[in-house]
Design a protein around this ligand. Structure first.
Ligand SMILES: CC(C)(COP(=O)(O)OP(=O)(O)OC[C@H]1O[C@@H](n2cnc3c(N)ncnc32)[C@H](O)[C@@H]1OP(=O)(O)O)[C@@H](O)C(=O)NCCC(=O)NCCS
Length: 211
């Protein structure tokens, strides 16, 4: 897998062979709302309850503004995941949240796929690109993730990417309306990671350009 990082108008753009990741912009609303709506039953068991207005344009506008503010303040970085070829269909999303600097230098990874694009390896490739961004560009030390114990797809994805199990948190997150136990995973900057071929690494800047 080759990997290219550049900074676009809205922030960092991460590319690898089959996927392109960039920060969400307002113009993504229609594609995002369509993909989320058709994937509702697939996603809802693994996510917080969607507010009633979640898919509306005004809620999406608020969401994008929050993402942009978080990125400006180095608190979090959201990416939408697109196919790298053709008409670049929206496939899903990845969020880096809760960036903490100081003596911890960590953040948390979250992700989702549109149902019809899942299980084809796009997310595995995207997670590798984001891991490289977290450690090589954002210069963090630790990337955390958590999964409900029976989320086989998510656990497989994390372990294949090199994450290690670190613990078990009781009633950790309010998912699908219930406080649910989670397995805690982490990847450290110097942990072994599955190899990827980084053919081109052109990192113009680690920080996104504020919109
Ligand atoms: C979790 C999720 C993002 C993973 O995306 P994906 O498109 O399924 O992942 P990929 O196709 O890149 O597959 C990653 C790995 O999981 C494996 N996998 C895919 N579907 C699987 C399944 N149904 N059961 C077991 N493993 C599966 C793939 O084979 C691949 O492993 P490999 O690299 O050894 O072949 C996606 O399934 C999803 O959105 N699920 C619902 C929401 C969710 O669970 N969010 C995460 C909450 S922690």
């Amino acid at each position: 897998m080759s990997l290219l990082h550049v900074v676009g108008e809205a922030g960092p753009v991460l590319r690898s062979d089959r996927v392109l990741l960039r920060p969400p912009v307002l113009a993504d609303h229609a594609a995002w709302a369509t993909l989320r709506e058709e994937s509702r039953l697939f996603l809802q068991p693994w996510e917080p309850i969607w507010p009633a207005d979640d898919l509306t344009r005004s809620a999406f506008k608020r969401r994008v503004k929050l993402y942009q503010r978080a990125a400006r303040e180095d608190l979090g970085y959201a990416f939408f995941l697109f196919g790298a070829t053709g008409d670049h269909p929206l496939l899903g999303g990845i969020t880096l949240s809760n960036v903490r600097r100081g003596v911890i230098q960590s953040c948390s990874l979250g992700y989702w796929m549109g149902e019809r694009h899942a299980g084809r390896g796009y997310m595995a490739e995207a997670v590798q690109a984001v891991i490289a961004h977290v450690f090589d560009d954002l210069k963090l030390h630790r990337l955390e993730a958590a999964s409900i114990p029976h989320n086989v797809r998510s656990i497989h994805l994390l372990e294949a990417a090199g994450f290690r199990r670190e613990g078990f948190a009781r009633s950790y997150l309010l998912i699908d309306g219930r406080w649910q136990d989670h397995i805690l995973f982490a990847l450290l900057s110097d942990d072994p990671r599955p190899a990827y071929r980084r053919a081109t690494a052109d990192v113009a800047s680690a920080r996104p350009i504020p919109a």
